[in-house]
Design a protein around this ligand. Structure first.
Ligand code: C5P
Length: 354
């Protein structure tokens, strides 16, 4: 009798690589974020808890003979309002898009024999601290691995991810995770209870690099770094609660400069609508707050006074969902063996992206 591992391996060995896959790539929030001193490589050590949320982009990849192309379609996903034009324009289909950068990186590393045509349905607001670009990069890598039937070890995947951005390692793992180092040292945590939140996206933007630079300049009122490291050592022995993590605060709120008043105004309006504990995610500028259990999120959104687009989200346990478009045999229509590759109805198989 075969072991579960052998059965798993043989299943994969007999399955032809698909020609087309679709990956749902989920946004993230930071439930608390502390920043340490600048390191010799120019980056900063962090202590944060990443949380995947239901809002996602969708990337479809089709195998081609050579080269990579990308088409981007923006799909409005806000429960109220619309994301400002400049934010939409920030995501182009040009060579700097993280999908294409990730694809080129992987193709070089693994010497892939062909290319892919990508279509990205973009719903996650860009440059808002929600990890949208990182999610798309991870999705591109997961898609190519599936299309070409290849694998990367965890260490290779982290190395690839870090070349693309500090949030990309989490974008592969998802769920709830303590993030340290640049964000690549990840420890899965158990979320005590799922939550619903509202994310507001102001039309101003913050450069992540500038936010870290301001952190270096403003030391006043900073909780000693060793307190955060102590928290990181002890967190996760039991289940974590989103609100308790958020109350630890986000370091970038203290270094917003002239935008601080905008943040305070937005937080006050989110509270007035009935939301709890508003905070920046990442270096901003998106602000999220928890919807109290038992209250109608729709009514909360309707009560909000402001022009900022609002997204209603919930915590989810994965960052990537891979759907394989594979030819499958029609049930009851003869034997599967020897059937031509296109015989039968086309099917979609959902798997965990690895
Ligand atoms: O890695 P990512 O592209 O998100 O980083 C953008 C910039 O933010 C980096 O070039 C660096 O200046 C800064 N950064 C940092 N420490 C981190 C993450 C980012 O200093 N942990």
């Amino acid at each position: 009798m075969s072991t579960p591992k052998e059965r798993h391996t043989s299943r994969h060995a007999s399955r032809p690589a698909p020609r087309r896959v679709t990956v749902d790539a989920h946004a993230k929030l930071n439930l608390g974020l502390a920043v340490g001193p600048r390191r010799s490589d120019g980056f900063h050590d962090l202590v944060t808890v990443f949380q995947s949320i239901s809002l996602h982009d969708t990337l479809t990849a089709t195998r081609t003979a050579r080269g990579f192309t990308l088409r981007v379609r923006h799909e409005p996903a806000a429960a109220r309002g619309r994301v400002a034009r400049p934010t939409l324009r920030a995501v182009t289909s040009g060579p700097d898009n993280l999908v294409l950068r990730a694809a080129r990186l992987l193709a070089t590393r693994l010497a892939l024999p062909g290319g892919a045509r990508f279509t990205l349905v973009k719903r996650i607001p860009a440059r808002a601290g929600m990890g949208g670009g990182s999610a798309d990069a991870a999705a591109a890598i997961a898609a190519l691995l599936a299309l070409y039937g290849r694998r990367l070890s965890a260490a290779e995947k982290t190395a690839c991810a870090l070349e693309l951005g500090s949030d990309v390692p989490f974008a592969f793992v998802g769920g709830t995770a303590l993030g340290m180092g640049r964000g690549e040292l990840l420890r899965p945590l158990r979320l005590g209870a799922p939550f619903r939140a509202v994310v507001a996206v102001p039309d101003w933007r913050i450069s992540t690099r500038a936010a870290f630079q301001r952190h270096d300049q403003v030391r006043k009122g900073l909780t000693p770094w060793r307190h955060h490291l102590r928290f990181a050592r002890t967190v996760g022995r039991q289940r974590v609660e989103a609100l308790a993590l958020m109350r630890r605060g986000n370091r970038f709120e203290a270094v917003l400069g002239r935008r601080r008043r905008d943040l305070d105004s937005l937080c006050a309006r989110l509270r007035a609508a009935g939301l709890v504990e508003p905070h920046l995610t990442g270096s901003g500028s998106a602000v999220f707050a928890i919807a109290p259990r038992g209250e109608s999120v729709r009514e909360i959104v309707a009560r909000f006074a402001g022009d900022e687009p609002l997204f209603t989200v919930r915590s989810v346990r994965r960052a990537l969902r891979l759907h394989v478009h594979a030819p499958v045999a029609r049930p009851g229509k003869g034997t599967r063996t020897g059937a031509p590759p296109n015989a039968g109805a086309r099917g979609r198989r959902r798997t965990r992206a690895s």
